[in-house]
Design a protein around this ligand. Structure first.
Ligand SMILES: NC(=O)c1ccc[n+]([C@@H]2O[C@H](COP(=O)([O-])OP(=O)(O)OC[C@H]3O[C@@H](n4cnc5c(N)ncnc54)[C@H](O)[C@@H]3O)[C@@H](O)[C@H]2O)c1
Ligand SMILES: [Fe+2]
Length: 408
C-alpha cells in the first residue's frame, strides 16, 4: 500500500499549564476587536475576568457574549450574531466547552459570509475563509479546538446537525489544563470518553484509498499515516489517565494527559473522521436527550466488536497503546483484550453499559438503526461495511448488552 496521509490543523497549537496567558499576544496579531463567546458559568469566574483584562491591556476591544447554551441551539447563534454585528469584530474567541467553541465557529462564519446557518449544514458549504477564530477549551473532550466541525441543534431537525469545512478550523488553539481543573467527575468522564472514542474511531476508520481528489471532496477521509500517529498518542494518554482524572480531579498530571489526549484525538478525527459509534449516537442522543460523549462511549465496545473481524491489527495496536501487550498474547487476543479494557474503563468512570440504560425505548430500536444507517459520511468511514440488517443487529446487541451478538 502506498504511504498516504492528509492532515488539516490550526496554524498554531499551544498546550500546557498557564498557556492561557499567551492569549493576548496571539490575539494582538489578529486584530483590535474581539468577540468572546462563552457561557454564563465561565463568564462569572475570576479567571475569565483576568483574561478580559489581559486582552484590554494590549489594546484589544472586547465584546462578551456569555449566552452560549449546551449543544448550541441554532437560534442562539442568530442572537449572538445580531448582537455583535455592529461591533464588527476582527476575530472571535471561543472560551469554554465544545459548545462555546462551536458557537465561536458559527458566529465567525455568519459574521463573515452572512446568510442563515442552515445554508451551511453539511460538508464543504462554507465559501471561503472566515475572520480568525481562537479556541480556548475548558473541557477535555470534543477536540473542537482543532477540528473543522461545528455541531448545533436545530429545533426543525430531529438529529443534531454539523457544519464541516476546513475554513472552520481555528487559527489558534490554546489549551491550558488548568482550565479543566473545575470539571466535575461526571463531565470529565463523559468528555474524556468522547475523546477516547474519537481516537479509536479515527484509528480504526476505513482506508479510503489514495486518490488525490479524496481530501478535496470530503472533510472526513478515513485513516492515514499522520492521523494514526495522533490517534495512538491520544489512546495512550487517555488510557493511562482518564480514570485518574475522574477519581482524583486535583491531579494536574492526569488533567494534562487527558487534555492532551482530547487535543490529539481531535487532530486525528478532524481529518480521519469518526464512524458507527458516532452515527448511532446521533439518533440515540436525540431520543434520550443524553450527552454526546455518553452515547458514543456506550456504543464504542459494541462497535469495536462488530469491527473485530476486519480490524484485528488496528485493535491489537490499540491494546498495545493501552499498555496491554505481553509476549503471550497474539494479535487476536490483544484485540479482544483491548475491547475488554475499553469496556472496563468506561464502566469504571460511570459510562452506561447499554442503550437500554441510556434510556432508549425498545420500540425505537429500528428507527435508531435506520437513522444511523442514513448518516453516510460516518457509515462509509466504518472499517466493516453495513447493510440495514447488520446495523439493526448491532443496535439490538448494544440495547441488550450482548457483546458477543455485536460481532455477528
Ligand atoms: N466541533 C467538534 O468537533 C465537536 C466534536 C465533538 C462534540 N462536539 C459538540 O460539543 C458539545 C459538547 O461539548 P462539551 O462536552 O465540551 O460540553 P459543553 O460545552 O456542552 O458544556 C457542558 C457543561 O459543562 C460546563 N463546563 C464547561 N467547562 C467547565 C469547567 N472547566 N468546569 C466546570 N464546568 C464546565 C458548561 O458550563 C456546561 O454547563 C456538543 O454539542 C457536541 O455535539 C463538537
Ligand atoms: Fe464525539
Amino acid at each position: 500500500m502506498t504511504l498516504f496521509a492528509a492532515l488539516r490543523l490550526p496554524s498554531e497549537i499551544l498546550f500546557g499549564k498557564g498557556q492561557r496567558h499567551a492569549l493576548p499576544s496571539v490575539a494582538a496579531r489578529l486584530g483590535k476587536r474581539a468577540l468572546i463567546c462563552t457561557d454564563a458559568r465561565f463568564a462569572a469566574t475570576s479567571v475569565f475576568a483576568e483574561i478580559v483584562t489581559s486582552l484590554e491591556a494590549v489594546g484589544i476591544d472586547v465584546l462578551i457574549h456569555d449566552g452560549v447554551q449546551p449543544d448550541v441551539p441554532a437560534e442562539t447563534v442568530s442572537l449572538c450574531v445580531e448582537d455583535s454585528r455592529a461591533f464588527d469584530p476582527d476575530m472571535v474567541i471561543g472560551i469554554g466547552g465544545g459548545s462555546c467553541l462551536d458557537m465561536a465557529k458559527c458566529a465567525a462564519l455568519l459574521l463573515t459570509h452572512g446568510g442563515a446557518l442552515k445554508e451551511y449544514y453539511g460538508e464543504y458549504k462554507v465559501p471561503g475563509p472566515t475572520i480568525p477564530i481562537i479556541a480556548v477549551p475548558t473541557t477535555a473532550g470534543t477536540g473542537s479546538e482543532v477540528t473543522p466541525v461545528a455541531v448545533i441543534s436545530d429545533a426543525e431537525r430531529t438529529l443534531k446537525v454539523g457544519i464541516s469545512s476546513p475554513y472552520l478550523i481555528a487559527t489558534a488553539a490554546i489549551c491550558d489544563p488548568d482550565l479543566t481543573m473545575t470539571c466535575p467527575p461526571g463531565l470529565t468522564a463523559v468528555a474524556g470518553a468522547d475523546a477516547l472514542t474519537h481516537a479509536i474511531e479515527a484509528f480504526t476508520a476505513a482506508r479510503r484509498g489514495t486518490d488525490h481528489s479524496l481530501a478535496q471532496k470530503h472533510v472526513f477521509i478515513g485513516k492515514s499515516a499522520l492521523t494514526d500517529h495522533f490517534a495512538l498518542l491520544a489512546i495512550k494518554l487517555l488510557g493511562r489517565s482518564l480514570e485518574k482524572a475522574c477519581t482524583d480531579g486535583e491531579n494536574e498530571d492526569a488533567r494534562a494527559d487527558v487534555m492532551m489526549g482530547a487535543l490529539a484525538a481531535g487532530c486525528a478525527f478532524g481529518t480521519a473522521g469518526t464512524a458507527a459509534a458516532h452515527a448511532i449516537q446521533y439518533p440515540a442522543g436525540a431520543l434520550t436527550h443524553t450527552a454526546h460523549g455518553l452515547g458514543v462511549a456506550t456504543m464504542m465496545p459494541y462497535v469495536m466488536n462488530y469491527n473485530l473481524s476486519c480490524s484485528v491489527a488496528e485493535l491489537a495496536e490499540i491494546g498495545a497503546a493501552l499498555g496491554l501487550a505481553t509476549s503471550d498474547l497474539d494479535d487476536n487476543q490483544l484485540a479482544v483484550a483491548a475491547i475488554e479494557e475499553i469496556r472496563r474503563l468506561f464502566a469504571a468512570i460511570g459510562i452506561t453499559r447499554t442503550l437500554a440504560d441510556l434510556g432508549l425505548s425498545s420500540d425505537k430500536l429500528d428507527w435508531t438503526a435506520e437513522q444511523a444507517f442514513g448518516i453516510d459520511r460516518l457509515i462509509k468511514n466504518n472499517p466493516r461495511p453495513f447493510d440495514l440488517d447488520s446495523m439493526k443487529r448491532l443496535v439490538k446487541a448494544a440495547y441488550d448488552g450482548d457483546l458477543a451478538a455485536s460481532a455477528i
